[in-house]
Design a protein around this ligand. Structure first.
Ligand SMILES: [Zn+2]
Length: 457
């Protein structure tokens, strides 16, 4: 039997512009063809249609991640395009942007083209490379941004390294502006973080570890905002971690500057207290901060000062993590636990659902110039189906990523990605039903949902 229509039956359909309960969303020929209450009509009994009917499910546009490290080329033992994009699909992502700190660095047309063509051949989650700002990420000579852009780069960044020279940053902003490329900064004044293992504060004193002070991030963000204002270029701050950076960004946005920012799941959920056991799994750059920073990041995500959620998915093998803290590489995986771990913020009323969806779809798409993810009729069928009531235990042994490095292992999630579609095609499916058949409709829960988000709001 050929199935040429897909019906998501009575879902809550949420995109950055709308939130509709109990609607049918129909996908035909790779696009959303109908949306509305009982819109599927006669298709529900049609031979040619597959009906997916999961009580209480949410349908979102495919998620967009501005910040992943897929390790190819050069460190395929940690991750490669196939495993990384498969992990992205399992996490609900239809589009991801990969950082250039590979070996060799993606500072040329050749590397960008290789990434684009190889990812296209895999046919799953789409890949959008981010090229380097400077040759070899050395912070000196600018890359050929015109070449990078032509080859498919959607932004430039020296992520992992900060562009610390004000002169180089100014020229980078001016040059990138010519090609309408956003400049993504890893904000860290390296002179202030030399030898740092974690956030500088009471916990680092107690553990006797050298600290990474907040101000090392804040001084760079403050300077860059001034440079963005002077040049008129688009400036994006990667993985914001401090309340000071939030304050600077809020002020910059109030003045209408073309400045955007992202926060990661781990900075939104964890503090430096997680380092108390000298856990290398919690070593990350920038480091986990304190309660006041987490509160500021959450408020900034809720009010849009922080535009996007980005995972900073950074895999390491046990070689880089099962060692003493000083020798351990910073980074955590994020793609396959982002939705499960962060939906708690929605369920607990910290971040409105619409803002949460915007931060994972339209906002990041806007930063790098992708088409706005949407559930309107006519839109490309890039979709993520989510069960907001699921409570999965995070089990890294089941990750599609090669990385297992996460402090969330064994923690209970507050939602699950059931399926991901790219252009109307399943790239991930965990529906519990046989492929090609309708998944069984589960009984509606009789007890009232405990979170405001699962009520129809
Ligand atoms: Zn970074």
């Amino acid at each position: 039997m050929t199935v040429d229509a897909l019906v998501f039956r009575r879902v809550r359909a949420v995109d950055s512009a709308s939130d509709a309960a109990d609607v049918d969303v129909v996908v035909e020929r790779g696009r959303i063809s109908r949306v509305g209450r009982d819109a599927a009509g006669d298709l529900l009994r049609a031979e040619r249609a597959r009906v997916i009917d999961v009580a209480g499910a949410w349908l979102l546009p495919g998620l967009v991640d501005l910040h992943v490290h897929l390790r190819e080329p050069g460190e395929e033992y940690k991750e490669d395009l196939a495993s990384g994009l498969s992990a992205a699909a399992a996490g609900g992502f239809s589009d991801v942007c990969c950082m250039p700190n590979t070996k060799p660095v993606n500072d040329t047309r050749a590397v960008t083209e290789m990434l684009v063509s190889k990812a296209a051949g895999l046919g799953g989650t789409r890949l959008h490379p981010i090229g380097a700002i400077t040759v070899g990420q050395k912070g000196e000579a600018l890359t050929e941004m015109a070449d990078l852009r032509e080859a498919g780069a959607v932004a430039v960044s020296d992520d992992g390294r900060c562009v610390t020279s004000s002169a180089v940053m100014r020229r980078a902003l001016e040059y990138a502006r010519t090609f309408d490329l956003p400049v993504v900064q890893h904000a860290e004044d390296h002179a202030l973080t030399h030898g740092a293992q974690m956030h500088e504060g009471a916990v680092s004193s107690r553990l006797g570890l050298r600290g990474w002070p907040r101000v090392a991030e804040d001084v760079i963000v403050a300077r860059d905002v001034l440079l963005a204002e002077a040049t008129g270029a688009r400036y994006h701050v990667a993985h914001v971690s401090t309340f000071g950076a939030v304050r600077i960004l809020r002020e910059a946005k109030a003045r209408g500057l073309p400045v955007t920012a992202e926060a990661t799941p781990h900075h939104l959920l964890l503090t430096d207290a997680a380092m108390l056991g000298y856990d290398t799994g919690c070593k990350v750059n920038p480091p986990l901060r304190e309660d006041a920073d987490v509160a500021a990041l959450r408020a900034a995500l809720a009010d849009g000062t922080i535009d996007c959620i980005a995972t900073d998915h950074a895999t390491h093998s046990s070689l880089e993590k099962d060692c003493e803290l000083a020798a351990a590489s910073p980074g955590m995986v994020g793609l396959e636990l982002c939705v499960a771990m962060l939906l708690g913020l929605v369920h607990d009323g910290v971040v409105p659902l619409g803002r949460f969806v915007d931060a994972l779809t339209a906002a990041p798409a806007r930063v790098v110039g992708l088409a706005t993810p949407s559930l309107r009729a006519g839109a490309r069928a890039d979709l993520a189906l989510v069960d907001p009531a699921a409570a999965p235990i995070i089990d890294p042994t089941r990750f599609r990523s090669k990385g297992r490095n996460t402090p969330f292992a064994g923690k209970k999630g507050r939602g699950r990605v059931l399926a991901t579609l790219v252009g109307g095609r399943f790239v991930h499916e965990d529906l519990g039903g046989a492929p090609g058949k309708a998944a069984p409709r589960r009984a509606r829960r009789s007890s009232p949902p405990r979170c405001p988000a699962t009520r129809r709001c």
